[in-house]
Write a protein that binds this ligand. Structure first.
Ligand code: FUB
Length: 367
């Protein structure tokens, strides 16, 4: 397959649409690479080529690496500020039995038509294992067009997954990810601003003062919107407590502010633990980076540390971090195969924790 050979540095001042919004009414001007130039070399090749995949959540189950991605499709839905063009309808599961092994496609494991409460937009999922059962956590818009979090259950990491009748009680927004601490307790992290609707839940209820996803954000000098965390119930199907805010601080101990687009939380929460430290990583959205903050417990607060993954090709950046046979890896996506923001492909790369506890920054594009 051949792709247009040009590089386009797109200024986000209007009309460029992300997974979770567009820049239409946003003042910030940031560049991202939307198409491939001949001189550009990608650090890693796509793992999956037969369908478009994004937002890869990777886990090691039964000694194999399982990948739970979004399944991007061309859906003819018009692009809008809330990311309607990310109109995914189902989930597929993939696995590898070694790092350079063949990727096995286990096929479709859940379809939106099987989920009573869900209407559209099956965005970034994650999975967890407990006592031999596997749980797929996924966001979708309900029949009132509000994002909720759902759970589906299987006896096999490769699915298929049977969805619960209703979304998780009290759930809202999107991008769930589940972390198991060393004591066996599970925590769910989630949220995403703009098209992910998190800014409209600031009071604990859905309050929308306008149709734009950019309404309802704090002022630039106020603390940024916080991602959420809750302990999971023993049966893995519900929150075991009221959602808590994750506070992200700068190194002086001040909350990262809403106007600090280089560092504030946008979407794509992920938690991993290394040598007793909790690493909370996330996407900065309109500045296109995966960054991280560290803390000494699963709830935080977390102190901002730096960039893990520089911008990929395409608007969205979304990742997971997993240890496999003593080596850490980051799974992420870009748009190498399609040159379209909403048709992405999953990749993986080794990730290194340095002696001082920091993470070595990865540049996914070699210029
Ligand atoms: O795939 C749809 C959305 O795009 C995800 O939920 C976001 O994290 C972004 O990658």
């Amino acid at each position: 397959m051949r792709y247009p050979i040009l590089i386009t540095l797109v200024v986000i001042a209007g009309g460029i649409v992300s997974g979770c919004g567009s820049g239409n009414s946003v003042e910030t001007k940031k560049e991202f690479i939307s198409e491939t130039e001949e001189s550009v070399k990608f650090l890693n090749p796509p793992l999956i080529k037969e369908i478009y995949t994004a937002d890869p959540s990777a886990h090691v189950f039964d000694g194999d690496i399982y990948i739970y991605p979004s399944h991007d499709v061309e859906s003819k839905v018009e692009e809008d500020d809330s990311g309607a063009q990310y109109n995914m309808k189902d989930y597929f599961v993939f696995s590898l039995d070694s790092v350079n092994g063949q990727v096995v496609n286990h096929g479709k494991v859940l379809d939106v038509s099987d989920v009573k409460w869900a209407k559209r937009q099956m965005w970034a999922p994650d999975a967890a294992e407990k006592d031999g059962k596997y749980y797929l956590y996924f966001p979708a818009k309900d029949h009132e067009d509000l994002f909720r979090l759902g759970v589906a259950v299987s006896d096999d990491p490769a699915g298929p997954f049977l969805p619960e009748e209703a979304p998780m009680k009290g759930s809202f927004s999107m991008d769930p990810s589940v972390f198991q601490d060393d004591d066996g307790q599970y925590y769910i992290y989630w949220g995403g601003i703009w098209g992910g609707q998190l800014q409209k839940w600031r009071t604990g209820e859905y309050v929308s003062t306008g149709d734009s996803p950019y309404d309802d954000e704090p002022e630039d000098d106020e603390p940024a919107i916080a991602p959420k965390v809750a302990m999971l119930s023993d049966d893995m199907l519900q929150f075991n407590e009221a959602p808590r805010d994750i506070v992200i601080l700068d190194k002086s101990g001040n909350p990262i502010t809403a106007g600090d687009h280089e560092r504030r939380f946008f979407e794509a929460s992920w938690m991993h633990k290394y040598k007793g430290t909790y690493y909370f990583s996330y996407s900065t959205g309109d500045t296109h980076k995966i960054v991280y903050a560290t803390g000494n417990n699963p709830y935080g607060p977390f102190t901002y540390q730096g960039v893990i993954l520089n911008p990929v090709q395409g608007w969205t950046n979304h990742h997971s971090i997993v240890e496999y046979e003593g080596q850490w890896y980051i799974f992420y996506h870009d748009t190498e195969l399609s040159n379209k923001n909403y048709l992405r492909n999953v990749k993986m790369s080794p990730l290194r924790h340095l002696e001082d506890g920091s993470i070595e920054m990865i540049d996914p594009i070699k210029k």
